[in-house]
Design a protein. Structure first.
Length: 184
């Protein structure tokens, strides 16, 4: 009789039809988690990482929510009750700019993708780029706090620079000319 693994130990089986190895494990809630791999070593590494995450209580179940869906949920659930309607409208207008990355799964978004997105934003003011960054950072930070994502990737991305216009001061001759015009 074959020896069975104890609960929570997981298992790896070979699927001959697919020529893949499949790793299985059951989480604390009794949900079965599995993934296919090309080699048994890859499956074993994944299984070890999942076990470690389950043991450390850092395991985050896979989710199908996209970045766009999460930003909209973040705005409607966490921002709307605390801000004025006009502010929410401005946030929604800012959220429209994240369309190029909105279809990416939230858990699969990485810092390089966000940086590439920033680098390829259409011509707009530095202030607008900064508002996009602030919105995205707030939404991803909230997702991290709610344990929807494993880490906050936005900590690795600097905010786009906002260039301040150089302020020119009137010269004394210019001030005198203005003063003369105002006297007449």
């Amino acid at each position: 009789m074959p020896k069975r693994n104890r609960n929570g130990a997981g298992s790896i089986v070979y699927e001959p039809k697919r020529k893949k190895y499949r790793a299985y494990i059951t989480d604390a809630l009794g949900k079965r988690i599995s993934k296919r791999f090309d080699s048994s070593d890859e499956a074993d590494m994944w299984l070890s990482q999942i076990k470690l995450d389950l043991y450390n209580n850092t395991y985050i179940p896979k989710s199908n929510i996209t970045v766009g869906e999460w930003v909209l949920e973040y705005l409607s659930t966490y921002c709307a009750p605390n801000i004025r309607a006009k502010t929410l409208i401005r946030y929604m207008q800012t959220a429209r700019h994240i369309e190029p990355i909105s279809g990416i799964l939230l858990q699969e978004l990485d810092a390089r993708q966000v940086q590439y997105f920033y680098n390829n934003l259409p011509k707009m003011s530095d202030s607008s780029k900064n508002k996009i960054h602030k919105l995205l950072k707030a939404a991803i930070t909230k997702a991290h706090i709610l344990e929807l994502v494993k880490k906050n990737i936005m900590n690795a991305i600097p905010a786009p620079k906002v260039s301040k216009p150089k302020i020119e001061i009137f010269k004394s001759e210019e001030l005198q000319a203005i003063s003369e015009v105002l006297k007449t």
